[in-house]
Design a protein around this ligand. Structure first.
Ligand code: ZN
Length: 493
């Protein structure tokens, strides 16, 4: 079966065929604007495209994958001035935090991770070429893109240019020739980061950054461009307008892929509601594989609802999975040989259908149930349970069970190679789970009190042993001037 991908640009599922007709695939995904810690919505986008990247590689494509950092932006500048720090320093801090979160989530590092501030030369060059081609004009140190001149503007979002015009009139800017036009270059305001340009000191607009990073690292035409649904308009629409006008090549990206939102208990995440779930807080409370399993449990384009129950369900499913694998290993083989699977299995079929990870997970658990049933039946019928090494030529019935179990394991292993879930050994999984503490808060408080009593009585040996004991259970203590605080140990740097 050929890989089919839903293309937001054509609004239909299409057979995947790279622009070069070969095995090379160029893929660009819009990364974070680095002004705060990343939340579960960012995790969803990162994991969805991580799986797409891994699956394309699994199918034998040679993927060059770029994911950017937007490291100059109004939000970064505002936040930096609130904190009284340099905008660059703030951006670098949140780049490091994002990378640590991605690492903790098991997201593969893209081949290229460009930063907007390191692409200024290309941004200026692109803006100059748009001015030369009359798609852009300068006005008092700003440069704007003339939206009406691009005849097919609106093709990605399906928006009608006259309706947009009516909406845009609210936002009056005297420097623009048309309210619809958007900024490619913004003249510097006092105290803001700025770069020299032919139009005076200033900084780039958001949309042109991605076009420039994509053009300079991947080329004039790419296979896949991805991002969250919220980026379709205006960000991706404007990226198309700039890139196609500058290069004269259409389409700029052949397939446009967009992931759905994550809600928290049916509500949209927002700072004012106070329900923004940071990746690191989720990972502090739940195993990384459970988080990925939860994120991949729905199709990447559908909305996803995060609730306590849904993440707990993922954790319970994962536990069932590893208990089954442990049982296969302990009861049925000491040294399982994983045969190469034929293409056309349920896992591959699901992935080939627009990366249907929910279908893959369904297929894996169907096999896990089958494995348990096989083992129960074999045990009931009295097959001897011996390691394979002890029984080189097992009786026919048992050999057949073992063969089936090996096939099941191979299928799970294949799924794990691109889902980034199911790839641990049971030992690794259960050991990791222990680092999430089972100690109740009451018990922790009681031990802290006991430790304080010991410290007051100068029994530092006892105080230290309580600290160590808690640390082994995943609870870290910190002595502050206000008293002792505690937190569950984080599992990332
Ligand atoms: Zn972008």
């Amino acid at each position: 079966m050929t890989l089919k991908i839903y293309n937001s640009l054509t609004r239909k599922k299409e057979d995947f065929s790279p622009i070069g007709n070969g095995k090379d695939v160029l893929m660009y995904v819009c990364g974070p604007t680095v002004y705060a810690l990343s939340h579960i919505g960012h995790a969803r986008s990162a994991v969805a495209f991580d799986v797409i990247y891994r699956y394309l590689s699994h199918k034998g494509y040679k993927v060059k994958y770029a994911r950017n950092y937007t490291d100059v932006d109004d939000k970064i500048i505002n936040r930096a001035s609130e904190e009284g720090v340099d905008a660059k320093e703030l951006a670098e801090r949140y780049i490091r935090a994002f990378d640590a979160d991605m690492d903790a989530l098991g997201v593969a590092v893209p081949d290229v991770r460009p930063k907007a501030t390191e692409t200024i030369g290309k941004i200026i060059e692109l803006t100059q070429s748009l001015i030369a081609k009359k798609y852009a004009y300068q006005s008092n140190g700003d440069v704007f893109y003339s939206v009406r001149l691009k005849k097919d503007y609106g093709k990605l979002s399906g928006k009608n240019i006259d309706e947009l015009e009516a909406g845009a009139r609210v936002d009056v800017n005297e420097d623009k020739l048309d309210p619809l036009d958007f900024a490619l270059w913004k003249a510097a305001k006092p105290g803001e980061p700025a770069w020299d340009s032919p139009w005076g000191p200033g900084r780039p607009g958001w949309h042109v950054e991605c076009s420039a990073m994509c053009l300079s690292h991947l080329g004039d035409a790419i296979d896949i461009h991805g991002g969250g649904r919220d980026l379709i308009f205006p960000h991706h629409e404007n990226e198309i307008a700039q890139s196609e006008a500058a290069t004269g090549k259409t389409p700029f990206a052949k397939y446009w892929l967009h992931n759905g939102f994550v809600n928290v208990a049916k509500e949209k995440m927002s700072k004012s509601v106070g329900n923004v779930l940071n990746i690191r807080d989720v990972l502090q409370a739940h195993d990384k594989e459970a988080v990925r399993l939860f994120l991949l449990g729905s199709h990447y384009r559908s909305p996803l609802d995060y609730t306590k129950d849904s993440i707990k369900e993922a954790e319970a499913a994962l536990e069932r999975f590893y208990k089954t694998i442990q049982r296969i290993e302990e009861e049925w083989t000491a040294d399982i040989i994983v045969p190469a699977l034929q293409r056309g299995n349920a896992v591959i079929d699901a992935m080939d259908d627009d990366f249907n990870t929910a279908g893959v997970i369904g297929a894996v658990f169907k096999e896990i149930n089958r494995a348990n049933k096989l083992m129960d039946e074999a045990t009931d019928s009295g097959y001897k349970r011996q390691p394979a090494t002890v029984l080189p030529s097992p009786p026919r019935g048992e050999g057949r069970v073992r063969g089936k179990l090996e096939t099941i394991r191979a299928l799970c292993k294949e799924a794990s190679s691109f889902l980034g879930v199911f790839g641990s050994t049971p030992e690794e999984f259960f050991k990791r789970r222990k680092t999430q503490t089972d100690v109740s808060p009451e018990e922790i408080e009681r031990l802290i009190e006991e430790r304080n009593t010991a410290r007051r009585g100068k029994d530092f040996k006892k105080a230290d042993s309580i600290r160590t004991e808690l640390l082994e259970k995943g609870v870290a203590l910190e002595d502050t001037p206000k008293g002792t605080t505690w937190g569950v140990k984080r599992r990332f740097p």
